[in-house]
Design a protein around this ligand. Sequence first.
Ligand SMILES: NC(=O)c1ccc[n+]([C@@H]2O[C@H](COP(=O)([O-])OP(=O)(O)OC[C@H]3O[C@@H](n4cnc5c(N)ncnc54)[C@H](O)[C@@H]3O)[C@@H](O)[C@H]2O)c1
Ligand SMILES: [Zn+2]
Length: 361
Amino acid sequence: MKTLQVELNERSYPIYIGQGLLDRAELLTNHISGQQVMIVTNEMIAPLYLGKIRQGLKSYQCESIILPDGEQYKTLEVLNKIFDALLANRFDRSATLIALGGGVIGDTAGFAAACYQRGVPFIQVPTTLLAQVDSSVGGKTGVNHPLGKNMIGAFYQPRCVIADTEVLKTLDNRQLYAGIAEVIKYGLIRDQTFFEWLESNIDALLQRDAAALTYVIEQSCINKAEIVAADEKEGGIRALLNLGHTFGHAIETGLGYGSWLHGEAVAAGMCLAAELSHRLDWLSAQDVMRIVALVRRARLPHQVPAELSGERLLELMAVDKKVKSGKLRLILLKSIGQGVICEDIDANMILASIEASRSCP
Ligand SMILES: NC(=O)c1ccc[n+]([C@@H]2O[C@H](COP(=O)([O-])OP(=O)(O)OC[C@H]3O[C@@H](n4cnc5c(N)ncnc54)[C@H](O)[C@@H]3O)[C@@H](O)[C@H]2O)c1
Ligand SMILES: [Zn+2]
């Protein structure tokens, strides 16, 4: 097992990465202080892993709530169901929430923990690659609003993150590939060596080679933990993690939540950011091609969906929270391994990049 640390003074916490960690109950119980535990999970994951987690928590008052599965259920209504369950079971401020699932469960349960009785402890047990490499670390929690993704939420850090690589065996391929989008993101914004490693090892990763998966989770968490430690509430460099996301969120909202996966939308968004960076004379045409090639090898979309016009995408991007005082804020690339935060990018240049990316082979 590898242990990494997210350094945030009194809110510091460990990330455990390894095979078979769900069988090691002490990893959970060492971070539970009260007697009451609520496991938040969904219909897909409960039959697979809920029993295993409950097994190790027999000496606690342990309850679970099983939510419907899908991005379309990352809503205030579903959040309220968690509060109903907590109150119905008379859970008090010493209760601990455990988020057992992918990013949807992690974001929703984390936000429930942030709000319930003004904040109760919570633990992340991420079960998708995307959640293990990204969403379970860093404390961004929240739910969607029909007008915009992740619009209602809080920064709220977990007590620990338990990433068991074993659970990825039941994940379907499309979900695995979606997770790789966020992995590629770390290489692009700050880790050229990691990007090159991915170029050489993407096939092993797609074949779920255990060593490759573990390496990728570790490297991703190291990158994310460093960024979060430097800028917990996104006053500065944490915004780099949004590479591809302003475009990506517009795609997700525009198509309806759950149509394209988050990672798929981010992949197309990163290719668009690469194209735009090339138009600003930062990224070479050859580097744009390298990025598109890696995205395609990871079986991810490199073009925005045909049914969304450039104008519609721009309109949707204006709702995204990365708009700061009326200016559209985008993450672009100076080179592979060097992301930059840009404000005031000309809308026509964005439109031209969208059109260019549509005709990209
Ligand atoms: N908080 C953050 O910093 C952050 C970062 C990135 C993404 N996100 C959010 O994360 C969400 C996407 O997360 P996701 O990609 O994990 O999607 P998800 O939570 O919807 O999970 C994907 C699918 O896989 C299933 N699943 C999960 N674990 C499984 C397993 N081990 N075996 C079989 N099936 C399994 C789920 O039930 C679901 O159907 C989005 O809402 C996105 O906004 C948040
Ligand atoms: Zn993301």
